[in-house]
Design a protein around this ligand. Sequence first.
Ligand SMILES: NC(=O)c1ccc[n+]([C@@H]2O[C@H](COP(=O)([O-])OP(=O)(O)OC[C@H]3O[C@@H](n4cnc5c(N)ncnc54)[C@H](OP(=O)(O)O)[C@@H]3O)[C@@H](O)[C@H]2O)c1
Length: 346
Amino acid sequence: MNAYRISRGATLAGLERIAAPRRALAAGEVRVAMRAVALNQRDLQVAAGRMGATAEPIVPASDGVGVVVETGAGVQRWRVGDRVIAAFFPEWLDGLPEPGTTARGLGGGRDGVLAEEVVLREAAWFRGPAHLGDAEAATLATAGVVAWNALFEAGGAKAGDTVVLLGSGGVSVFALQLAHAAGLRTIVTTSSSAKRERLCALGADVVIDTQAEPEWQDVVLNATAGRGADFALDVGGEGTLARSLAAVRMGGAVAVVGGLGDGFPSTFDGAALMGGAKRLLGVLVGSRAMAERLVRFLEDRALRPVVDRVFPFAQARAAYEYLASGRHLGKVVVEVASADPVRRVA
Ligand SMILES: NC(=O)c1ccc[n+]([C@@H]2O[C@H](COP(=O)([O-])OP(=O)(O)OC[C@H]3O[C@@H](n4cnc5c(N)ncnc54)[C@H](OP(=O)(O)O)[C@@H]3O)[C@@H](O)[C@H]2O)c1
């Protein structure tokens, strides 16, 4: 079977397609023929050497959907033909995160899913939503789950709240769709005026062009009658975290999700945090149980994640380059198999 491989820090030039051996299943394992894989900013960070625990070459990428083609001895959870999604942390099934269950995410310090076949323990997979196509279903495990967790599990957002979302990448667009469907008011920033209309069509109540309004936190205050938003989901880190904190109301919360703007600030204004009785929440993807709650929410609302562009398996590097360009809105996906994967790998 074919797979991609990359070494930490090898850059995209080091992303190579190889013929990987097919190993026999151990008891409790499941072999899945992958159909689609969604890329994340983290995959660029692994390639650049800013993330990932090992210098050994690994199969990259964390997010993928496929069909079960073989089950090991004793497998109860799945049958051949089931469509399943790999959980970002295969060992974090439910409850609070623990060092032991969150040490190694797929495509970071261990093999990921950019391959024609993936073998993981049966517990590491969750059911793909019936109403979604493969490219859409591939986007859930990281961007979908972290947006869900930040908003509703860690963040406790509820209908009527106002939430600030930054940019038009995979996490923020997923959060926009979820927040809009849950009855939240959404204020979205973007550095690209060309994306305004599409963000509005997805339910953004207010769109702020950060090129025209670099002090965008003031625009949030104006749009909330001076009070501030209830919640902000910060993916910018350095350069945005202080603004996100200023944009939320007294007692409001900021979910610290990403560091797109050159990592994270090394200092923050503790006095503003305390004086505003505000909360900073670190959010790390989520558990398989959170993924399953997200699946139910998407099915209940017939919600479809936004897939910007799909690349064929042979052009995975072009998919990475497109993600790196920042021209996308929503998710960038690699299609692994368009034919019936059960027959393809038999
Ligand atoms: N904590 C977790 O568990 C977790 C999980 C997933 C992702 N993350 C992190 O979350 C961040 C977003 O990931 P993603 O996959 O959604 O990325 P992405 O799809 O590549 O998002 C890129 C978009 O974000 C906006 N952006 C770029 N730089 C920015 C900045 N400095 N400040 C504000 N917005 C900026 C731009 O939107 P416009 O063109 O509209 O301006 C850009 O198109 C990354 O740092 C990633 O590592 C964390």
